[in-house]
Design a protein around this ligand. Structure first.
Ligand code: GRF
Length: 227
């Protein structure tokens, strides 16, 4: 990534394969996402997403949470690493750690997450298995600002994904992930363009409060609803 461009500086936090990171890298490279990815940081040194970052010429850093005494210590060290890059936005892309309230407060209004469910339904882990178990026929993904409550901050953008008879966790996860790769770059783009903010606990898009999340059409990739 160029460090001379006027794009929004971001840091991406990952724990795993980093396919959402790849979607962000690809969108930035193609010019449709005006961000400069200053660094990718993983709490798991073996995360494949770090290789994706390196392959794209982005600084890749590991900060192993197992080397810290507790969440507070780890989050403090993580914030130091992040702040060394002075990002305007911190993007959680499959970062599988519960964050301390101090960390969340520090990045208030500039911390986004993607979660594989239609929030507020199915917060927490193993969403695809729980969706299949519950027998619901509509699943999806959500991008939200991070607040104190786990997966509980204001939701900005969602996409609905059908659950098919005979779906396994793998087939359903793959269908959702494909949509996540569209969803996240779009929400980040809104933030980078100054169209999206968090004000008094409410997500604001183009100056208007998002009383309900915007909804992307899974078939066309166009916005289906945006209050
Ligand atoms: C995604 O499903 C994301 O919603 C969740 O973790 C997964 C990360 O996948 N938070 P990847 O590492 O981006 O491939």
């Amino acid at each position: 990534m160029s460090d001379t461009c006027a794009a929004l500086p971001i840091v991406v936090l990952i724990s795993g394969s980093g396919t959402n990171l790849q979607a962000i890298i690809d969108a930035a490279r193609s010019g449709e996402l005006p961000v400069d990815i200053c660094a990718v940081i993983s709490n798991r040194p073996a995360a494949a997403g770090l290789d994706r970052a390196r392959a794209a010429g982005i600084q890749a850093e590991a900060l192993d949470h197992r080397e810290f005494d507790g969440r507070e210590d780890f989050d403090r060290a993580l914030a130091e690493r992040i702040d060394a890059h002075a990002p305007a936005l911190v993007v959680l892309a499959g970062f599988m750690r519960i964050l301390t309230p101090g960390f969340v407060r520090h990045y208030h209004g500039r911390l986004l997450n993607i979660h594989p469910s239609l929030l507020p339904d199915f917060r927490g882990l193993n969403t695809h298995a729980r969706v299949i178990e519950a027998g619901v026929d509509c699943h999806g993904a959500s991008v939200h600002f991070v607040a104190d409550e786990l997966d509980g901050g204001p939701v900005v953008l969602q996409v609905e994904v059908p659950v098919h008879a005979g779906d396994t966790v793998e087939t359903l996860a793959a269908r959702v992930l494909e949509q996540e790769h569209r969803l996240y770059p779009l929400a980040i783009r809104w933030f980078a363009e100054g169209r999206l903010q968090l004000q008094n606990g409410t997500a604001i898009l183009d100056g208007k409060p998002l009383n309900a999340p915007c909804l992307l059409d899974a078939d066309t990739g166009a916005l289906k609803r945006c209050p």
